[in-house]
Design a protein around this ligand. Structure first.
Ligand code: GDP
Ligand code: IMO
Ligand code: MG
Length: 432
């Protein structure tokens, strides 16, 4: 197998960073294809904790090249901060093992400002964004008024792009939102400085990818966010602004569709969500707290620190995720956490009035009316966090995994039983 795509199956934070870090030891190239520093991918390795927002989670493998594809929106100031922070942690990232597509769009300070001002304007109706400027940057990309990494290498083009964009942004910021305007000169000068630092990282990613595919290199594609946050397939409008699903790899990192060998869906053994929007299996109060506080690391956002909303595993949602991603297998994460609950509930279908839905309906407006139908399974009391073989898991844990496989008609290829690299059960090798 040479191209493995990872996608979050739920609303993000499924443990993608942990799984990618585990898999990347077998990869030659790790690439991100969408999203930006709204992502927060946590990795525990070599006795340290790393949280990656923009840089691919493969960076801890010294042998892999890491690529940020054209589909990502890049905040250049955050990229530099992450480089510096990694260097402080003893990981020096040089341009020979980290590249960014020049076709990727920039997140600029006015995108961040507009994101924040717009969330404030919407108040309780807001999306609950990470306020990193993601939506406004993708808006400019689609409106053909964005600035790309390549533009940083050409001062006169950069100046022109800013002259075209900023006067209108300032009208919006000051007259619609009542905010403070952005200075073209200040931004231009700071971007010129960024450009000098970033120049050795900026590349024609298509040429690199084409060569890697030709040489049959092992390529791991790192999804950010999750299927239900996808701009097309997610719970519109409560989602992010990129294609988080498997197809995003083709448009966001120059991988032709026929080159994808395996789509690995990463799903938590229960469900969480950060931000607003429908969540059919959501729990509240003490029941939610039980899941939120269980395990060695609780359910709090890696990017914003917000408490994550928690609920039981949702099979109709995962069937939908299988449908839109074409999942070949699942990496089931945080299974260890379930030893702390007295019994496990799983939603296997929804009722909307008298209708039964086995797959999450595409019309997200219906989700508020979905009544989950639960099945109850026994949990287990044993600590499973040091088990590395499937057959050594307690019977009830094996039965839970088997039930998921049967409900989804999809194999569980990997199981994660803790945040550390070695707390992983492999049932199917990704890179042979
Ligand atoms: P991502 O955005 O999908 O990479 O996920 P996050 O890093 O935002 O959140 C997942 C959290 O769960 C992180 O704190 C991980 O360290 C942790 N984690 C990952 N896999 C496991 C697991 O199998 N068990 C436990 N207990 N924690 C895990
Ligand atoms: P990872 O990669 C969880 C959510 C935000 C908000 C919505 C839109 O760590 O799984 P945005 O800032 O993208 O415009 O916010 O999407 N969101 C995430 N939730 N994990 C993420 O990333 C997320 N990235 C964005 O909370 O509801
Ligand atoms: Mg996360």
């Amino acid at each position: 197998m040479s191209v493995v795509v990872t996608v979050g199956c739920q609303w993000g934070d499924e443990g993608k960073g942990k799984i990618i870090d585990f898999l990347c030891s077998g990869a030659d190239l790790v690439s991100r294809h969408q999203g930006g520093n709204n992502a927060g991918h946590t990795i525990h390795a070599d006795g340290k904790k790393f949280v990656f927002h923009l840089i691919p989670s493969g960076i801890l493998n010294p042998n892999a090249l890491n690529l940020i594809g054209n589909g990502v929106v890049v905040d250049p100031f955050v990229f530099i901060e992450e480089l510096d922070h990694l260097a402080e942690q003893g990981v020096d990232v040089t341009p020979d093992r980290m590249k960014i597509s020049g076709q990727a769009h920039l997140i600029l300070p006015y995108h961040r400002l507009i994101d924040e001002l717009n969330e404030k304007r919407l108040g309780r109706e807001g999306i609950g964004t990470t306020k990193r400027g993601i939506g406004p940057a993708y808006m400019d990309k689609a409106a053909r008024s964005g600035v790309r990494l390549f533009d940083l290498l050409n001062p006169s083009v950069l100046r022109q792009r800013l002259e075209n964009a900023i006067p209108f942004k300032n009208e919006l910021i000051t007259k619609v939102y009542g905010g403070s305007p952005v200075s073209i000169d200040e931004l231009y000068n700071s971007l010129l400085e960024c450009g000098k630092r970033l120049a050795p990282f900026i590349c024609d990613a298509g040429a690199i990818m084409e060569q890697a595919l030709k040489e049959n290199k092992k390529i791991l594609c790192e999804g950010a966010q999750g299927t239900l946050l996808d701009i097309d397939y997610g719970t519109y409008p409560f989602l992010t602004s990129s294609n988080t699903t498997a197809g995003g790899v083709c448009t966001g990192s120059v991988i032709p569709p026929h080159n994808i060998d395996y789509v690995l869906g990463i799903a938590k053994a229960y469900t969480t969500r950060v931000g607003s929007g429908p969540f059919p299996t959501e729990l509240f109060d003490e029941e939610a707290d039980l899941l939120r506080n269980a395990g060695p690391v609780g359910e709090f956002g890696a990017t914003t620190g917000r408490p994550r909303r928690c609920g039981w595993l949702d099979i109709p949602l995962l069937r939908y995720s299988r449908r839109v991603n074409g999942l070949d297998g699942i990496a089931l994460t945080r299974l260890d956490v379930l030893c702390e609950v007295p019994e496990i509930k799983v939603c296997t279908q929804y009722k909307i009035g008298s209708e039964t839905h086995t797959v999450l309906p595409a019309d997200a407006n219906l989700l508020g009316e979905c009544q989950p139908v639960f099945e109850t399974l026994p949990s287990w009391k044993e600590d499973i966090s040091s088990i590395t073989q499937f057959d050594d898991l307690p019977q009830n844990a094996r039965d839970y995994v088997a039930a998921i496989e049967s409900w989804l008609e999809t194999p569980v290829a990997m199981i994660s039983v803790g945040p550390q690299r070695n707390q992983t059960i492999v049932r199917r090798k990704m890179f042979s």
